[in-house]
Design a protein around this ligand. Structure first.
Ligand code: BTN
Length: 312
């Protein structure tokens, strides 16, 4: 009801009478009034005049009813430890493919390789539960598709020159704009679920805590709508993974890459490898050209660009 009410109010920027709303939404005027009051309580500026209702402004909060096509598969929480935890619980309980958990802030946000992800108000923090029928070895195609689609969405909506950094970061220059985390469970090598957690610095200010981080608002000098960004990303991602073409995804990843062609250092808890990033394969593994033109396939790790050495 709330989403239908908002759709109707948004498509009629002038006043709409309670009578019209009750007719088109097939409900009583009292029910309409109750929903209007609830929306007002959630931060919607809906003016009630003798002639009817007018939506003057909406809060930029990703309430499930702002995503009518996926409302039943969306969970919004104001504060949570990590969206990864709730998404894992829901996935184990059998929630459908495409379920999304989104939070306003996280108190124990998780980053890759057991780091923390600072999640202040104004950012976008969400986890998508996917249930592709694939072997575990193909799972990384999904976060790679997500980084490509997120990068493309940010570029299109903001004009920012966002790039993908191996494996799944989004950078602007050297500063991190978004990060991704992938968790999965499988049974006898067939995936039960893949959860992709995404944190985007949108209207928050990550710089005080994270040296090499930036946000869309800091770059543009004005805030952008998180709801619109999330909606556009989810729609495009659903389309891409509906018929996932890993070759096309990796081709686009390469065209947006901030990593390929660079001299890099890959750090894992076990070892450090240096070389020139020359390619990624269909599963998102990084191909490094190390000493003596030896090619090495890197499956995971932290990737740091090694700046060009000035001529000796
Ligand atoms: C990284 O770059 O290290 C990955 C960061 C992933 C952060 C997102 S925010 C939403 C989801 N919930 C979490 O706790 N982490 C991911």
């Amino acid at each position: 009801m709330k989403s239908a009410l908002l759709t109707w109010l948004r498509s009629h920027p002038d006043v709409v009478s309670g009578e019209t709303l009750s007719t088109v939404l097939h409900t009583s005027r009292v029910t309409i009034w109750n929903h209007i009051q609830k929306l007002q309580g959630l931060g919607y500026d809906i003016q009630a005049t003798p002639k009817g209702y007018r939506l003057a402004a909406s809060p930029d909060i990703p309430y499930p009813f702002e995503f009518p096509e996926r409302e039943g598969r969306m969970y919004y929480v104001e504060t949570i430890g990590s969206t990864m935890d709730l998404a894992k619980t829901l996935a184990r309980e059998g929630c459908p493919h495409g379920t999304v958990v989104v939070a306003e802030r996280q108190t124990r946000g998780k980053g890759r390789l057991r780091r923390t992800w600072i999640s202040d108000v104004g950012g976008l923090y969400f986890t998508i539960v996917l249930r592709p029928e694939i072997p575990a070895s193909h799972v990384m195609r999904y976060p790679f598709a997500a980084s490509v689609v997120l990068c493309r969405t940010i570029r299109r909506m903001t004009g920012i020159d966002a790039r993908v950094k191996w494996p799944n970061d989004i950078l602007v220059g050297q500063a991190k704009l978004a990060g991704m985390l992938c968790e999965m469970e499988a049974e006898t090598d067939l995936v039960s679920f893949v959860n992709i957690g995404i944190g985007v610095n949108v209207n928050n200010d990550p710089e005080p805590a994270e040296q090499k981080a930036c946000s869309i608002r800091n770059i543009l000098g004005h805030p952008v709508e998180r709801v619109a960004l999330l909606r556009e990303f989810l729609d495009a991602y659903e389309t891409v993974i509906g018929a996932l073409d890993p070759v096309a995804v990796m081709r686009e990843w390469k065209s947006l890459s901030a990593t390929l062609g660079k001299q890099v250092r890959i750090v894992t808890p076990e070892r450090v490898t240096e070389g020139r990033a020359v390619d990624i394969d269909a599963n998102g593994n990084l191909i490094l050209e190390t000493q003596n033109r030896h090619l090495e396939t890197i499956l995971y790790g932290d990737c740091f660009e090694i700046p060009n050495q000035p001529n000796a």
